[in-house]
Design a protein around this ligand. Structure first.
Ligand SMILES: [Zn+2]
Ligand SMILES: [Zn+2]
Length: 327
């Protein structure tokens, strides 16, 4: 299987530039838009999270009735479920791509392996640092928001609609999770790049220029507090509990493949899209691509970098001009 184009240092760069999803093109192309909604946007990872959300709610989450009072037992069960699913996906990808090196450096964006002797990371080790922030802070804050959401539903402040009574609403909610998650991410992330906040908070995530699966939610606890506030609308808008678990998975596990550091992962002789070239460019250049392509707000606000040299040049020029006007 070809893995070109790799540049002379061995870094992989997708050949094509990043375009707007068909959903947003004008004039409308209905079939291409549908293809994006059902395939481009969700295959394979979105479908995996939807499947895991059913498993997570029906098999791994306590009964709603048992969550009327905040108690350590059921809250711990939610934490353990979230940690286990993150370990399954992030740990699985890390094992295959970085420990077993199952595909060597094929499709790897960066020519280096993760740092194991760099003092900017806890214990000088990038992977241990990333695992620590992801589990100790990321999973904990995510589980806390999820626990509050379930407590609200368990006490009847919000009544969850059943799938049988509202099947169409349920399906709309499935898609809405992905759009809402990306819009919310853009807003929080844009704020994180405000210099005073960046220096104290977001810098922790950006220590990872050469990202890996555990980098996904390796963030400062204050960033986690804002990042997982994505649950708050569900405190007022009734959704089925599967949707709550799906949102949790999309926000906590979703960043693992998108930070995997590899554009494709090869399993059983097939290759699946793994990395997110769009977000990888953000880790490389910092001031572009704050959101992602599902909700292309960067296009709207002029910070879209499509991966081409022309785009980079245009963005740099734009920044220079802005600085000159500010002086
Ligand atoms: Zn990132
Ligand atoms: Zn950033």
């Amino acid at each position: 299987m070809s893995s070109t184009p790799h540049n002379p240092t061995g870094e992989y760069q997708p050949e094509s530039v990043i375009g707007l999803p068909a959903l947003y093109r004008w004039p409308p192309r209905p079939m291409a838009a549908l293809n994006y909604l059902f395939y481009g946007m969700l295959f394979p990872w979105g479908y995996l999270y939807i499947g895991l959300a059913f498993v997570g709610w029906y098999l791994l989450t306590p009964e709603l009735a048992s969550m009327r009072q905040f108690q350590a037992g059921w809250i711990a069960q939610i934490w353990l479920r979230n940690a286990a699913l993150l370990i399954l996906v992030a740990g699985g990808l890390h094992w295959w791509l970085y420990m077993r090196r199952g595909q060597q450096r094929r499709y790897k964006y960066h020519d280096q392996w993760p740092a194991s002797d760099n003092r900017i990371f806890l214990w000088g080790n990038q992977v241990r640092d990333n695992v620590f922030w992801s589990l100790a802070s990321g999973v904990t804050v995510c589980s806390a928001y999820e626990a509050i959401t379930f407590w609200i539903y368990a006490n009847g402040f919000v009544t969850p609609p059943t799938i049988a009574d509202y099947p169409v609403y349920f399906v709309i909610c499935l898609w809405a999770v992905f759009f809402w998650g990306t819009v919310h991410f853009y807003c929080v992330h844009r704020f994180m790049h405000w210099q005073p906040v960046y220096r104290v908070v977001h810098e922790l995530h950006h220590r990872n220029v050469n990202t890996g699966p555990w980098t996904g939610i390796s963030m400062h606890p204050l960033e986690h507090l804002l990042y997982f506030s994505v649950f708050i609308p569900l405190w007022f808008l009734p959704v089925h509990p599967v949707i709550i678990v799906l949102l949790s998975l999309y926000m906590s596990v979703g960043p693992a493949p998108s930070h995997s550091g590899f554009n494709f992962v090869e399993i059983w002789g097939r290759r699946f899209i793994a990395g997110d070239w769009y977000h990888q460019l953000h880790h490389q250049y910092f001031n572009f691509n704050y959101g992602n392509t599902t909700a292309p707000l960067d296009k709207l606000f002029g910070s879209w970098h499509d991966g081409s040299r022309d785009s980079l040049r245009a963005q740099k020029e734009r920044k220079r001009r802005r600085r000159r006007t500010a002086v």
